[in-house]
Design a protein. Structure first.
Length: 477
């Protein structure tokens, strides 16, 4: 017996609540760092660590997406052997990633001076040498190990447990930051340590929950009997196992991870650009706050994008293209309303207060006021179509458009336009951060428009193939 499919909004709203709360709770490194004696240097060091954090997210998300996909299919085909094969293979990937990030942590601890160059202040280098290696060590020793239990939970469609695990991380980070900073006075080391230990709490919960779900599944299969697919897919042996499990996992993981790698490369390039100018500390600290604020503003839309993939894939599989169009149209309209009616007023009204709270120096405060009041809402408005279009293409099993648009956004447009904007601003006697921000926003807007047009063309083509009226969801019908 099948259950009635949920609408996109029904799938999205629990994720919106969870993602937003998790983002608020896990982004507290910045306000806690602003309480340190040399706050601007600490903020700049955290900003310089963003590319490393994105590298972890890229590897984690790519591996998790691949494992979840294959586990879901194996569970649908009731193939116990393949489930165990996937676990063993993914365990090898996790061990390799953990070793790689431990080596990276060691390298940064030893060679931070050479990596950052002479123009970055010694205070920033000192904070970066502490914060980045501790953060990476936590990722290696705790973060990657949640990939397998988290994927198992998602393959069982238990998204509630996924949300609980994320909230455990956020609340744990808040409590541990308070303890380490204000009680034990561990400084920026304590902030980084809190992030790693907080992940241990959600890992423990995910392991427990995955164990319970798997026990229930094995008991159910023992009673009902294991099955096999009527028409085994390519790459599957007669015993139900994958012929090349590592290759099958990497074929899905690598494209998914590359988009996040490109996001991290943009952050690295931006920090490199800003570090070439005098008074780089204020600009790098302002960009760190701007980047986190944009991600926070986009979090409800990112959560909706996560729901787009299963929603669109299911309805397209049922041949219900109009429902996919209707859901995407609602997502686009509500995203615009949310940004105009929530993000803009909050940023305009609270930008000055947030800048005064987070930033220490007068120069940093001025840049943060500009970033929060104007750059954050404009950045969210420019980026939201990109966030929604990528999973829509993946729902029709087209991953290449998302990767191509990411290359166009992060390498071809955003970084060169950011560099050009910083140069123009400097020539006019302004801080390069002003021009860089507008350059990044402009590049993102161009890619979002192109991506939206491509999606409209895709649905027009799908309608023609189905013999439906020639209009698309994004054209409003």
């Amino acid at each position: 017996m099948t259950t009635q499919a949920k609408s996109l909004l029904q799938l999205s709203w629990p994720l919106v609540i969870s993602f937003t709360a998790r983002s608020l709770l896990t982004s507290i490194d910045l306000p806690y760092a602003s309480r340190l004696p040399d706050a601007d240097a600490a903020l700049a060091a955290i900003g310089l660590s963003f590319p490393l954090e994105f590298a972890f997210i890229a590897c984690w998300v790519g591996t998790s997406a691949a494992l979840t996909s294959h586990l879901s299919r194996a569970m649908g085909e009731r193939c116990e052997r393949r489930i165990e094969q996937l676990r063993r293979t993914t365990l090898g990937i996790v061990v390799a990633l953990a070793a790689l990030f431990l080596a990276l942590a060691t390298g940064i601890a030893l060679f931070a001076d050479a990596l950052l160059g002479d123009r970055v202040s010694p205070a920033v280098v000192s904070n970066f040498r502490v914060y980045a290696p501790v953060l990476l060590a936590g990722v290696a020793l705790v973060g990657f190990w949640s990939t397998i239990p988290d994927s198992i939970v998602k393959a069982h469609h238990d998204t509630r447990s996924t949300m609980i695990a994320g909230l455990i991380t956020g609340v744990g980070n808040l409590l541990l930051n308070t303890l380490f900073l204000f009680v034990f006075e561990l400084g920026i080391f304590g902030i980084a340590l809190a992030t790693g230990l907080a992940r241990a709490g959600s890992l423990s919960y995910a392991l427990w929950r995955a164990h319970r779900l798997e026990e229930a599944r094995r008991t159910r299969w023992a009673k009902e009997g294991e099955g096999a697919a009527a028409s085994p897919s390519a790459g599957v042996r007669a015993d139900g196992c994958l012929e090349r499990p590592l290759r099958a996992l990497l074929a899905l993981a690598v494209p998914s991870a590359l988009t996040f790698v490109l996001m991290g490369s943009e952050n690295f390039a931006v920090n490199w650009i800003l570090a070439r100018y005098p008074e780089a500390t204020a600009s790098i600290a302002a960009y760190a706050i701007y980047h986190r604020a944009v991600l926070l503003a986009l979090m409800p839309i990112i959560a909706t994008g996560v729901a787009v993939l299963p929603f669109a894939a299911r309805h397209l599989g049922e041949g219900n293209l109009p429902e996919v169009e209707r859901g995407l149209r609602q997502a686009f309209v509500l995203s615009v309303v949310y940004i105009l009616c929530v993000v803009f007023p909050l940023c305009l009204g609270g930008g000055a207060a947030l800048a005064d709270f987070l930033a220490e120096g007068a120069a940093t405060r001025g840049l943060v006021r500009f970033a929060v009041r104007y750059a954050v809402p404009l950045g969210a408005l420019a980026a939201f179509p990109f966030v929604l279009c990528r999973p829509a293409f993946e729902a029709v099993q087209r991953g290449t458009p998302g990767l191509l648009m990411a290359l166009l956004r992060y390498l071809v447009l955003s970084v060169p336009l950011g560099l050009f904007g910083a140069h123009i601003a400097r020539q006019r006697g302004l801080d390069p951060f002003y021009g860089l921000a507008f350059g990044l926003i402009g590049g993102t807007a161009v890619v979002s428009l192109a991506f939206t047009g491509w999606l409209m063309h895709l649905f027009l083509d799908l309608r023609r193939r189905a013999g439906s009226p020639a209009h698309t969801a994004l054209e409003g019908g």
